[in-house]
Design a protein around this ligand. Structure first.
Ligand SMILES: *Cc1c(COP(=O)(O)O)cnc(C)c1O
Length: 221
């Protein structure tokens, strides 16, 4: 199957209100261009410098999403161009994004990452930390970041009931924090293996890599 036919297939199965982020991490520019020529404009990367290199080389109407864990000292490499940062999980990180966005005279849209999986290793805020963050005065004082929604990753398991439960929990938190952040609209959940379930549970943005570009090969890195 070609990249373009994979894309067509996925787009056919996604409802109109769900945005597709094509996750191109580790993939070469030619593969991204193939997707681009098939109409895809939103791409997701998980390494800031890799994303910056691709941004420089590829068409400027691509929207680049940072979907991975963000190190504060690297925010400066993407502040000029990044369209959405999915994995914001601390106030300190948000403050750094705010500072770098200000230097470029822009506002950077961000998602707060919520920890919903059973694994210890997945990053994110728990519900209490999330509420503390969005309820703080320091947060309200940030002028160059905009929280537009939430992001979460389910446990890596075949247990559909477990995954469903975690997505449902994230949707529940999303609905609840609208009391504090009434304008949020993005719920980023779902990857190649679980995006259909995520869409059923209220996802508005799916991050799909291997089902579009094929399995990732890390052996040469
Ligand atoms: C790699 C990655 C994806 C895409 O994973 P696939 O299983 O290849 O679709 C989605 N979200 C995040 C945060 C990722 O790091």
């Amino acid at each position: 199957m070609s990249i373009q036919s994979n894309l067509e297939h996925i787009n056919r199965t996604l409802p109109n209100h769900v945005t597709l982020v094509a996750v191109s991490k580790t993939k070469p520019e030619e593969s991204i261009l193939e997707a681009y020529n098939g109409g895809q404009r939103i791409f997701g990367e998980n390494k800031i410098q890799e994303m910056a290199r691709k941004w420089e080389a590829l068409p400027k109407d691509i929207e680049w999403h940072m979907i991975g864990h963000v190190q504060r000292n690297k925010v400066k490499y993407m502040a000029e161009f990044v369209s959405l940062i999915h994995g914001v999980d601390s106030f300190k990180l948000l403050r750094e994004i705010n500072k770098q966005a200000q230097k470029h005279n822009r506002t950077i849209p961000c998602l707060l990452q919520v920890h919903i999986a059973e694994e210890e290793t997945k990053f994110g805020l728990d519900e209490k930390e999330l509420n503390q963050l969005i309820g703080s005065k320091e947060f309200r004082d940030l002028t160059h970041v905009e929280i537009v929604g939430l992001m979460g990753m389910a446990t890596f398991t075949k247990d559909q009931t477990q995954i469903k439960k975690e997505f449902r929990y994230l949707k529940h938190i999303f609905d609840k924090i609208k009391d504090t952040l009434p304008h949020i609209s993005v719920l980023s959940m779902g990857m190649s293996g679980d995006y259909q379930l995520a869409v059923e549970e209220g996802s508005t943005m799916v991050r799909i890599g291997s089902s579009i570009f094929g399995a990732r090969d890390y052996s040469h890195i």
